[in-house]
Write a protein of this length. Structure first.
Length: 280
């Protein structure tokens, strides 16, 4: 009898996304859209120019590049599970210099030393981790006393809104199918609602919940359009769950019509949940 090894992440594994270049382009735009608001909150949480920062699940390095600008006298250590994304980041961040360290590894069992960082940032990562409790315990271990963890993530129950309404019940079907598939793969697209409790249970204090919104009314529809590309964003899901295909097509068709409305707008919501490792 053979058994299937559990997935290390609910995010796309190599070869699962039919057009990885589309996903990289989406991630690049996603990073820059909200970064100014995220950076303001990070400073409010205590981020300083000389801090040693851990970026959990750093992916292709788009956020890493922006974070390095916030800490011109500090260091950034990027912890990334997927080797192909780390290889991409090595090229993308080739000019970063000695302040940047790229480490291939999992936040569930990190090779990094105890009490090494002033701040840890996990952006749209914990939703993909099969075992967020262990991940938070590892982050707690790696932070210095008084250090801050910041987790940017989602709750697809309250993801944002579109106006005017898309006018198709298939939209909710697609959202629910994404939630269900991520659960099957060990992830949780509702993770934001659980994070305050999980942080307290991991030994953190001073829990704070904030939100960052990006809107086509602020940035323009062209910048938000990749986030609304249902055919590309759900292609791997349809391959895994062909029964979701009709709902995806109906939603994508509705979006194609919706964007023709000069009054069409979309606003998307990301939560920032932060907490402090108590002083010894």
């Amino acid at each position: 009898m053979t058994t299937t090894a559990p997935r290390p992440t609910s995010y796309y594994l190599p070869g699962e996304h039919p057009k990885p270049e589309n996903e990289l382009a989406r991630l690049a735009r996603q990073a820059t859209l909200s970064w100014a608001k995220e950076a303001n909150l990070l400073r409010a949480y205590g981020l300083r120019a000389d801090h040693d920062v851990l970026e959990v699940g750093s992916g292709p390095g788009y956020i890493s590049e922006l974070m390095l600008r916030e800490i011109p006298e500090g260091t950034l250590t990027c912890l990334e599970l997927e080797e192909h994304l780390m290889d991409y980041a090595r090229g993308y961040l080739a000019d970063a210099g000695p302040r940047l360290t790229l480490v291939n590894g999992s936040v569930l069992d990190s090779p990094l030393a105890d009490e090494s960082f002033d701040l840890a940032y996990a952006r749209l990562v914990i939703q993909h981790v099969p075992g967020p409790e262990k991940a938070l315990a590892e982050i707690h271990r790696m932070l210095r006393p008084g250090g801050r963890v910041v987790i940017a993530d989602v709750n697809d129950e309250v993801w944002g809104w579109v106006s005017p309404d898309l006018g198709t019940p298939a939209f909710q079907e697609v959202l629910q199918a994404r939630i269900d598939l991520q659960v099957e793969r060990g992830g949780d697209r509702l993770i934001a609602r659980r994070l305050p409790r999980l942080l307290r249970e991991a030994g953190f204090t001073d829990v704070r919940v904030d939100a960052v919104l990006v809107s086509s009314d602020e940035f323009g529809m062209d910048d938000l359009r990749p986030q609304m590309d249902f055919r590309s964003r759900t292609a791997a899901m349809v391959a895994a769950k062909p029964e979701s295909g009709p709902a995806v097509e109906a939603t994508a068709d509705a979006v194609d019509e919706w964007v023709k409305d000069e009054n069409a707008s979309v606003t998307m919501l990301m939560y920032l949940i932060s907490a402090t490792k108590p002083e010894a």
